[in-house]
Design a protein around this ligand. Structure first.
Ligand code: SF4
Length: 258
């Protein structure tokens, strides 16, 4: 079993699930979202990046399960006091070596540490089936309800994303639906209406909806990785409020932010 590459371990995170959490960012993602604010997480391999002062540093490090759990357990007291835990994110955690991920989850569970998985949904469902017994909540990203737009902006269609969401809901998973809000791209009233209708038609149970406004943080990393960067617009507070209201009218619990 090869240890995956991790490019960041973020402590005291409060936007990646309930309570105080440590978020682990696995390197490698099957998508190429045009607004991704972690472009250093797209490639699966360790790679160089230029620092802000022009030097070169290496992004990513292999961690064994033992090394990672040791690091994550250091803040267990904070997880217990706040109802938090560990969030596995990326990149895409569900496309990593699943023997490793299952062993990691089992070890964290044995220690009594709660685990949340943040996913784009682009992975075989058999991978989700393997982690289901150990995951307390999925932060499930849905970028577009329309497959063509999903492909245009992320590089892949959304059929697998929607299919996995149906199956996870049916399996009884607790799901926070995470909706990136890119102004003029995926936040029209019609898009929200069609998303809600699709959820209802498919009897999908969503515990809460998180509206995540697009931001430009991380755009400097594109140049430092030698990649082109596209800048989008953040929705205004008024637009976000309208979107929130549209979800609330259909009795969803909705927050702006994670
Ligand atoms: S799914 Fe997430 S990590 Fe992957 S490219 Fe899109 S925004 Fe980046």
């Amino acid at each position: 079993m090869e240890a995956p590459v991790i490019f960041n371990i973020q402590k005291f995170s409060i936007h990646d699930g309930p309570g105080v959490r440590t978020t682990v960012f696995f390197k490698g993602c099957p998508l190429q979202c045009k607004w991704c604010h972690n472009p250093e997480g797209m490639k699966y391999e360790i790679e160089p990046i230029q620092t802000k002062d022009g030097k070169e540093e290496i992004v990513g490090k292999h961690y064994t399960v033992f090394e990672l759990v040791k690091e994550l357990a250091k803040d267990q007291i904070f997880y217990e006091q706040s109802g938090g835990g560990v969030t596995l994110s990326g990149g895409e955690v569900m496309t990593q070596d699943m023997d490793y991920i299952v062993e990691l989850l089992q070890t964290l569970k044995r220690k009594g540490i709660s685990v949340v998985i943040d996913t784009s949904g682009v992975a075989p469902f058999k991978n989700f089936e393997r982690v289901l017994p150990y995951v307390d909540r999925f932060l499930y990203d849905l970028k577009f309800i329309h497959s063509t737009l999903h492909k245009d902006y992320t590089g892949a269609p959304n059929e697998l994303v929607l299919d996995n969401l149906k199956k996870l809901s049916k399996a009884g998973a607790v799901i926070s639906l995470r909706l990136i809000q890119v102004d003029g791209v995926n936040n029209s009233k019609l898009a929200v209406k069609q998303t809600i209708r699709w959820l209802q038609d498919n009897h999908i149970h969503i515990d809460e909806v998180n509206l995540l406004p697009y931001h430009e943080f991380g755009s400097d990393k594109y140049a430092r990785l030698g990649k082109p960067c596209q800048i989008f617009s953040k929705p205004s507070d008024e637009t976000l409020e309208k979107t929130k209201l549209q979800w609330k009218m259909h009795h969803y619990t909705v927050t702006v932010g994670g």
